[in-house]
Design a protein around this ligand. Structure first.
Ligand code: OGA
Ligand code: MN
Length: 295
C-alpha cells in the first residue's frame, strides 16, 4: 500500500493519504501511521467514511479505547464512541443551543487535551466528521512540544517535578456547566506531571489544559495563573493549526503533547455530527498519592 505523508512546514501536523482506514490495515501501514503520529502529533486524513464500527476497529489498532463517561450529560453513542454533535441521536433533531447538553459540550471550545482529568490521561483522539457545517465549526490545534522548545533552559528547568491537578468540575464550571454528584464521583480531580517525555523519540513538552486547576503545593491562584500562562504561550495565534472540516475527514491528535479546541458555528441552523474514539494512555503520569513516576 502506498502512503503519502505531507508534513506542515512547521513540523507540527501532516496530511496523510493513501490508506483506506475503514478497512483493516496491514502492519506496515499501521507502523507508518504510528510513526507519523509520534513525529507530527496531528494527522489529517480525507475521505474516510467511517461507521461507528469501522472507527472503533481502526482506533483499536493503536491500543485499548477509553470507555465514554457513563454519566455524561446527553449520553454517548455507544461504549467507545463519544458523541460530539449538536444533534439528538434519538430524534435526529438539532439540540437547543442553551440546553444542558450543548452548554456542557461548549466546554470543548476551551483549549484542552482529552481526559487529562482522568488518572490515566488519553493518548490519542480520533475525530470523524460525519456531517459538517458549511461554515464555522473548525477545530484548532497547537503543539505543547513546540511551545516547550520556545522556553529558555531556565524556564524549562523550573517546570521539572511540578504536578498539576486537572479537575473536570472546575473546567466545566468555566462554561457555566455543573456536573451532577454522580459525575463528580466518577471523575474526581487527577494529578498530572507538568513535563512529559514522548517514549518513542524522547521529545519533551509541558502538559497543561483548561482542566488544569492548580499546582500541587502552590497557592491555588498562583498555580492557576501559571497554568493559564502556559496555555497562552502554547496558543499564540501564529502557532495555531486550524482544521476546516470536510465530510469524512478523520483527524488524529496526540493528547500527550497537543491542545485543541472547537470553534463555534451557527448551532441553531447547521448540523454538526462528529464521532470520537479515544485511545487510552498507558498509565498514570503520577503514582496515586505520591510524586511523579514518568511520562
Ligand atoms: C473533541 C473535541 C472539538 C470539536 O472531540 O475532543 O474537543 O471541534 N472536539 O468538535
Ligand atoms: Mn476534546
Amino acid at each position: 500500500m502506498t502512503i503519502r505523508i505531507q508534513a506542515e512546514p512547521s513540523g507540527f501536523g501532516a496530511v496523510v493519504s493513501g490508506p483506506d482506514l475503514t478497512k483493516p490495515i496491514d502492519d506496515e501501514t499501521y507502523k507508518a501511521i504510528r510513526a507519523a503520529f509520534e513525529e507530527y502529533s496531528l494527522l489529517i486524513f480525507h475521505d474516510q467514511p467511517f461507521t461507528d464500527e469501522t472507527q472503533v476497529a481502526f482506533g483499536e489498532r493503536f491500543g485499548p479505547l477509553e470507555i465514554v463517561t457513563k454519566t455524561r450529560v446527553g449520553g454517548g453513542g455507544g461504549d467507545m464512541i463519544a458523541d460530539i454533535s449538536n444533534v439528538n441521536r434519538e430524534t435526529d433533531e438539532i439540540l437547543p443551543v442553551d440546553g444542558d447538553v450543548m452548554v456542557y459540550r461548549s466546554g470543548n471550545e476551551m483549549w484542552h487535551t482529552d481526559s487529562s482529568f482522568r488518572d490515566v490521561p488519553a493518548m490519542a483522539s480520533m475525530l470523524s466528521g460525519r456531517e459538517v457545517p458549511p461554515e464555522g465549526g473548525e477545530t484548532e490545534f497547537v503543539s505543547m512540544r513546540a511551545a516547550y522548545k520556545r522556553l529558555d533552559a531556565e524556564q524549562q528547568a523550573a517546570l521539572e517535578g511540578l504536578v498539576a491537578v486537572h479537575d473536570y468540575t472546575y473546567s466545566r464550571a468555566l462554561v457555566g456547566s455543573t456536573l451532577s454528584p454522580a459525575q463528580q464521583k466518577e471523575l474526581p480531580p487527577a494529578k498530572q506531571v507538568v513535563v512529559r517525555t514522548n517514549p518513542a523519540n524522547g521529545e519533551k513538552n509541558f502538559f497543561t489544559a483548561s482542566h488544569a486547576s492548580h499546582i500541587v503545593g502552590w497557592p491555588v491562584e498562583k498555580g492557576r495563573d501559571y497554568m493559564k500562562e502556559l496555555v497562552a504561550l502554547a496558543t499564540r495565534p501564529e502557532d495555531i493549526y486550524t482544521h476546516q472540516w470536510r465530510q469524512h475527514d478523520l483527524v488524529i491528535w496526540d493528547n500527550r503533547c497537543t491542545l485543541h479546541r472547537g470553534r463555534t458555528w451557527e448551532k441553531a441552523r447547521y448540523r454538526r455530527i462528529m464521532r470520537r474514539t479515544t485511545v487510552a494512555g498507558d498509565g498514570p503520569t503520577v503514582a496515586i498519592g505520591s510524586e511523579a513516576v514518568g511520562a
